[in-house]
Design a protein around this ligand. Structure first.
Ligand code: SF4
Ligand code: FES
Length: 236
């Protein structure tokens, strides 16, 4: 049974139901919590840590923590904002993100968060890791330079028997996303589009789709990411 729950976010009195995660309960109450690996309707992975908040003084990820009665949640404190900035800066320095030349520019959630957080230059040194672009699939490119290992593609892109088309291979610093070789070969147009849409960055791109939406007309070109998730009139 889903019970009504009362809680606070940055001292604001809020209500929701016990079947929600903190990130959803916050959204219902007009509070934006940044996310990156999270994808609505899909079991959370808790892999990026961008959604970190404090619950009763403890650091927790808002996308994986169910809301509960009496929680005192902090979202917009200076230390949490700095922590989130650091996560985004680390992602920029660990991968090779050349935004001006990326087809996902304007539709990219990592770029949109960097704009929202007003990140000008990362505090960490760039790693310039050697990555490659896999163009072997007839339908999609997979650019490992941009992959942030969020697992969205693994969790969302599945064949009609529920088998994931994408999977992790290797471990630690060698970990990367790869296709299931058989499923990759028979990827439908719909699944290829879905993979491109679900990837928060420009790591998965459908071949032959360049500039379908011209730069300047894309999702985040005019509207910041928080105002898309929560329209301005509701935002506190
Ligand atoms: S390819 Fe895209 S969706 Fe898949 S793990 Fe990498 S960044 Fe995430
Ligand atoms: S959005 Fe919660 S850990 Fe990534």
């Amino acid at each position: 049974m889903n019970n009504k729950v009362n809680f606070t976010i940055d001292d604001k009195e809020c209500t929701s139901t016990s079947d929600k995660y903190i990130v959803e309960a916050a959204r219902e109450n007009g509070v934006y919590i940044p996310t990156l690996c999270n994808y609505d309707g899909v079991k959370p992975a808790g892999s990026c840590r961008v959604c970190t908040v404090k619950v009763n003084k403890r650091y927790l990820t808002a996308c994986t923590t169910p809301i509960a009665e009496g929680m005192e949640i902090e979202v917009n404190t200076t230390d949490l904002q700095d922590f989130r900035n650091a996560v985004v800066e680390l992602l920029f320095t660990e991968g090779n993100h050349f935004c001006p030349a990326c087809e996902k520019s304007g539709n990219c959630e990592l770029q949109a968060l960097a704009y929202k957080f007003q990140i000008m230059a990362p505090r960490f040194p760039f790693q310039f890791n050697e990555r490659y672009i896999d163009a072997s699939n007839p339908k999609i490119y997979h650019d490992h330079n941009r992959c942030i290992l969020c697992k969205r593609c693994i969790r969302v892109v599945k064949d009609d028997k529920g088998k994931s088309v994408f999977a992790f291979e290797n471990r630690a610093r060698q970990i990367r996303i790869n296709f299931d070789s058989k499923l990759g070969e028979v990827l439908t147009d719909e699944l290829a589009e879905k993979a491109m849409e679900v990837c928060p960055v420009g790591s998965i791109l459908v071949k032959g789709k360049g500039f379908k939406d011209p730069i300047g007309t894309r999702k985040f070109d005019h509207t910041p990411i928080d105002k898309i998730v929560i329209p301005e009139k509701q935002n506190i």
